[in-house]
Each structure stands twice: as C-alpha cells, then as structure tokens.
Design a protein around this ligand. Structure first.
Ligand SMILES: [Zn+2]
Length: 697
C-alpha cells in the first residue's frame, strides 16, 4: 500500500482554511485585567434574564470569550455590551445562530476553495505553459487572514460565547452520546480555538520552509559511490534524494540480477552516515567527487556524469556535515514551541498532533504501534523472507520488497488494454458511471456521482480535489499521454475516483456541512484504496488469486512493521526535545541516534540478529514534517479495517456510501459505526496471519 503524498496535501489544504489560525492563552498579558469582575456580574445578569438552566452555558461562554479577549478587542464596557448583545439565551435563537454560521461558513470555505482551485489551475493542469505570474497566483492564499478577520469583527467571539470548546477526552468519552448537532457545534467552536499572533505563524512557516529546502537539496549521486573494492555500482546520472530515493533504490535492487547485495549494503552505509552525520560535507549533492562511504574517503570524481568538472583534491570539503540535520530539526522545534502558550488545551506540538490533528490519544497510538512491532508474526514473516532470499536478514531488509505481487499480467499487456479503453481523459470520464456500477453502486447513484466529478488533464501524475460547498463539483486530475492512458495512470485514476466519490458523498449527502469529510487523511486514503485495490477487475481482468492477495497482505504487514518503528523514533525524539529545550544540535544528534538504536534493539535486533542499527532515524519527514510520521502506520491500520469490512459485506457501493456519510466525527466513533470496533491494528494483523498460512502451505 502506498499512501499518496499528493492526495494528503490536497485534502489537508481543503480542510486547513482555519486550522493554521488562532489562539490566545489565559496568561496573555494584554487580556483585560478586570474581565473576571465583569464575568461574575454578567453571569448573574444573564441567568436572571434567561433562567437558571442557562447557567452552565453562560459561565462557559464567558470563560471562552475572556480567554481570547485582548485589549485591542475593546474596553471592559465593550466586552459587556458584546456579551449582552450576542448571548443566545434560548434554543430558538441558538438554532438560528447555528444555522446561519453553518450556512455562511460553507459559502466562505466553498468560495475560498473555488478561488484557490482556479488560481492553481494553470500550475496544476496540462493546459499550456506556466508563466511567471501564474506561480504567484498558485502560491496566493486568499484565506490567509480569515482567522484575524473573524476575531477582528468578533464573529469568532460570538461562536466562543455560544458553543463549547471541547477537549479530546470529552470528544472521546462524551462524544458517543452526542447528537449529530452537538458534534457539529463542537466542530464550529473548534475553528476558533486558537488565536496565534501572526509573527508566531510566520516563524513556523519560515522554519518549515528552511527544513523543506534543506531536505529537497539532499541528494546522493549514486554513480560516485565507491565500494570497499573500489567499484562503481550505479549508472551515471543517478541522483538519489534522501531518504525516499535511497530507500526505493534498496527496494528496487531486490530484482537486480547482479550486485543486489553490494548495492543495498552501500546505500545502507550512506543512510547510516547521514543519521550519524559522519557523511563528509563535500559528498552531499555533489557529482564532482567520488565517495567511499565505508572508508569515508572522498576524492576528485574519476568519472564525469554531469558537465561540471571534478573538484581538485584541495577544493574538497572532507569535514563531516556539521550536524546540520539536527540544527534544522531543532529550529523547527523551537518555532513550533512558540505556539504553545496560545494553545492551552493542547500546549505542545505533540499534543496538537495527537489530540487535534489525529484525535487519537498518543498513549493509544503508541500502544498500537508497539502491538505491531512486537507481534509474534514478525519472526514468522522474517523467516519467510530469509527463505525467499536464501540468506540471513541484513538491516536494510526492513525495506524488503520481494512480496510485491507480480500478478498474472505483464505491464505491457495492461498498458495496451488501458490505452485501448482510454485513449483520452474524456473516454475515462464517460466510463466513470460504468466503473462505479462495477464497484456495486446502483445505476442512479453511479450517475449521480459521475455527474459531480469533473475530469481535468493533470500536469503531474494525478490527484483528486474535492469541493467545500454543496453544488460545487469534485475534480479528478489524470494524466493521459499521446498514446492514451497507461496502466500506471489508470491505477492512479481509480484511486483518485475513490477520493472523489468520498468527497462528493461526504459533502453533499451529509446531514451537517460542519461534519463534512472524514476524521483525518488516513480515512480518505483508506477509502481510495478500496477502489484502487480492484483496478484489475475494473479492467475486466480476473482478480488477483489468493496467493497474490496473500503476498500483498505480507508486503503491507512488513511495511507497517518498518514504519511503526520509524514513527516510534519520531515520537521519542519530540519528547526528548521538549524535555531538553536548551539542547544543542550535537546533543539532539546523540539523542536521536540513541532513540533509533533503542527502538531497533527492542523490536528489530532479535529478528535481524544485529544490534545498534540507526536506520530508523533516516526518514526526511522527521526533519521537515514535525511528527507527521505516525500517520503512515495509522493509515495502514485504518485501510486494513475498511478493507476487511468491505470483504465481510461484499457490497462495496452501499457500504462505501454508508461510511462516507459518517463525516468528521472522532476516528474511533467513525470506525465503530463503519466496522464495529475502534481503530486498531487487529485487521492488519489478522490479514497477515491468514497470508502466512496461504504463503507457507
Ligand atoms: Zn490518495
């Protein structure tokens, strides 16, 4: 299973209009000093006016407004008159207020999304050259100041005065008994749960951009890697971006007829040098030198694969990279930490990631990841890999790719079939109702879905862009070459169709617009995988046999085993940074190496018969994405649960519709309604268990 990066981005952009906003703490010095007195007086006054049954709401509303009110919002008198004018003291008024906010925020988000989509069209679509100003349009965010505006005009305070801010614990414990309207109210208030000063957001954006820049330039020129025996193993021009291309090269080399092992060991050595920062600075993104990562010797390049001349010996920087990797990470931590005082209910980046973005408590996520990495299935699958490889495991085999199912058809056969069916994007569009009916949607529903999806020619490989207001259509972007669509393109287009179907249903067929969507990005990916996993059947070919399916389940399990460890290291490192706010880059490096080794020794060493390996610290997202990595293993679990439910019922269309209408409630509640139990790794582990039996008869 591949989590599609592009889709994550599109989805999060769509939902993030306000998420990057707002928060002020109780301790903010510019809060009016005597609002406490005002609040007590106002509470009495409003309770006398609306009845004692409003006391809880009154008190909560006053607290929520006072927590965010700063001197530029007005004097104490203005605070009092604002509260008197805007407290909805009876259910009818409150209902009118709720409906109005829901209706108008839908228009706001919907049109903002529409502007964003149109401004990006020239950059995203294959419709002619991108001129310099097109990039400015594409980068412009018309909603950037909405959060400030809504505090400025006090609409944010109207919401805070009348609707409850909730903690994750409340959403999890009380949420099960909430009505849909209560959930929608919680989502409404949540939009205004932060009021972050612009300079803090600016600092975070700056640190993130610098980290992304550092990562995006971190290439290793593979032709210039020299083995212990002085050999060159990789072809000229091969530039591997860390860590993605390095890892994928290890995976690809399992089918390399010669030199597989030597290549994989070399890349592993490179990765270890990056994590430990013993890589010579002059070997990074530099085709003008040759580097032996074992001896760590750097020399002028003896073979040219670019038009840049080799460096002379004296020009080469042989000093180790000066802990830049960890200086960059530390910088993102320090920037993120500046937001803490404005986020009293989630006062660390760790809490914001788990309690707000994922809505899964960290302790539970940690326990689920540990359940995967310590599963008794691990040594059994490891043994199977060893027997398939015919050798003992080496550390880089955490990226073993030999379970990838080959399938009954060659890529050429599939390409021919797809190109014949879809010579143009228009042909794919016309066939969408048919594809949806094959997936079990009724003809009416298939026609309805297809009518709400626009197909555009993509510049890149493809993505799905949902709408944010009813009546607007979802967009499916697909790439069709001169000779028609190829199989890879079709596979992606089916994945994106899954996204689009979810987007249309979870927006248009849902009871409350405020609950539109799914709990988090892992869910939309899981639903897209349901479509993607049936692409061969959609081409009228026989579906994968049990053996092929078993191989896919084992591949998925091994991937989850690997990425769960990576996520645990990411979590440990963020805790360490919070525990050591004054740390130096060198200290952070030592701590990261320690965390990577500790995780390896605990969950991998016994299987790999090798201790103190640091490979789990190589992921680039650890440096530039601030605790995003746990989303990947969570995605694996959720996808397995959704797929298990689909297989159990065998009715994809109606099940898909039912799930898509659950909306953005807490992940556990969603999964309980969708598949009968909380988010858990059980389905993933069950599938692997069955697959082992299938693979080892
Ligand atoms: Zn996707």
């Amino acid at each position: 299973m591949n989590i599609c990066g592009a889709c994550f981005l599109i989805v999060s952009l769509g939902m993030a209009l306000f998420c990057c906003g707002l928060q002020v703490s109780h301790s903010q010095s510019s809060t009016l000093p005597r609002i406490g007195d005002s609040s007590a007086k106002l509470e009495q006054e409003l309770v006398a006016k609306y009845g004692v049954e409003q006391r809880v709401r009154v008190r909560r509303g006053l607290q929520q407004v006072a927590a965010f009110w700063i001197s530029r919002d007005g004097s104490e008198e203005e605070f009092e008159s604002f509260v008197r004018a805007n407290f909805a003291g009876d259910p009818q008024t409150l209902g009118v207020m709720f409906n109005r906010f829901e209706t108008l925020l839908e228009k706001l988000d919907g049109h903002m999304q529409e502007i964003g989509r149109e401004f990006r069209a020239q950059a995203d679509l294959d419709i002619g050259p991108i001129l310099p100003f097109d990039e400015v349009f594409a980068a412009y965010d018309p909603s950037a100041h909405l959060a400030d505006d809504f505090f400025g005009n006090k609409l944010a305070f109207t919401v805070l005065l009348n609707f409850p801010l909730t903690t994750l614990e409340q959403r999890l414990t009380e949420g099960e008994r909430w009505s849909r309207r209560q959930w929608a109210e919680a989502r409404l208030a949540e939009r205004f749960s932060k009021r972050v000063p612009a300079e803090v957001n600016q600092a975070i954006a700056q640190a993130t951009a610098e980290a992304e820049q550092y990562i995006s330039q971190y290439n290793i020129w593979a032709h210039h890697l020299i083995t212990s025996e002085g050999r060159r193993l990789f072809p000229p021009g091969l530039r591997l971006l860390s860590h993605w291309n390095l890892r994928d090269q290890i995976k690809a080399d399992y089918s390399e007829p010669r030199d597989a092992l030597a290549r994989q060991r070399t890349i592993q050595q490179v990765m270890e040098r990056i994590v430990t920062q013993t890589i010579p600075a002059g070997a990074i993104n530099n085709p003008r030198v040759d580097w032996n990562p074992f001896s760590n010797e750097v020399k002028p390049a003896a073979s040219a694969d670019t038009d840049m001349p080799a460096l002379s010996g004296s020009e080469i920087n042989r000093a180790p990279e000066p802990n830049t990797r960890y200086a960059v990470l530390l910088n993102t931590y320090l920037a993120r930490k500046r937001l803490d005082p404005y986020s009293p209910t989630a006062p660390t980046l760790i809490a914001r990631r788990f309690n707000e973005d994922r809505e899964l408590p960290e302790a539970r996520v940690k326990a689920m990841l540990e359940q995967i990495v310590s599963s008794p299935l691990v040594p059994r699958v490891a043994k199977l890999i060893e027997s398939r490889l015919g050798r003992p495991l080496e550390p880089f085999d955490v990226w073993y790719a030999g379970f990838r199912p080959r399938g009954a058809y060659t890529e050429e056969q599939l390409d021919r079939r797809v190109a014949g069916r879809y010579p143009t994007a228009e042909a794919y569009r016309k066939d969408m109702p048919n594809l949806l009916m094959q997936l079990g949607f009724s003809s009416d529903r298939a026609a309805y879905l297809a009518a709400n999806i626009v197909v555009d020619p993509a510049r890149g490989s493809g993505h799905a862009m949902g709408a944010s207001m009813r009546g607007e259509k979802a967009h499916l972007r697909t790439r069709v070459g001169e000779s028609g669509m190829n199989y890879k393109g079709f596979n992606i287009a089916v994945h994106e169709l899954g996204h689009n179907a979810e987007q249309v249903l979870s927006l248009n067929d849902i009871d409350h617009w405020l609950l539109q969507g799914v709990p988090n990005t892992a869910f939309t990916e899981a639903l897209a995988f349901v479509f993607q996993g049936r692409d061969l059947e959609l081409l009228g070919l026989s579906k994968p046999d049990p053996k092929t399916r078993a191989m896919a389940a084992l591949d998925d399990f091994w991937g989850a085993y690997e990425i769960s460890g990576v996520a645990l290291v990411d979590m440990a490192v963020w805790h360490w940074m919070y525990d050591h706010p004054g740390a130096t880059p060198a200290q952070l490096k030592e701590a990261t190496i320690e965390a990577a080794k500790e995780c390896w020794n605990k969950y991998y060493a016994a299987v790999f018969k090798n201790r103190d390996v640091v490979l789990l610290g190589i992921y680039s997202q650890m440096i530039d994405s601030s605790l995003y990595l746990p989303d990947y293993p969570i995605g694996h679990m959720i996808a397995a649960q959704v797929e298990e439910q689909m297989q159990k019922t065998g009715r994809i269309g109606p099940e898909f519709e039912r799930m898509a209408r659950l909306g953005r409630i807490a992940p556990d509640l969603w999964m309980k309604e969708a598949a009968g139990r909380n988010v858990s790794p059980d389905a993933l582990l069950d599938a692997a268990q069955k697959a082992i039996a299938e693979a080892v008869p």
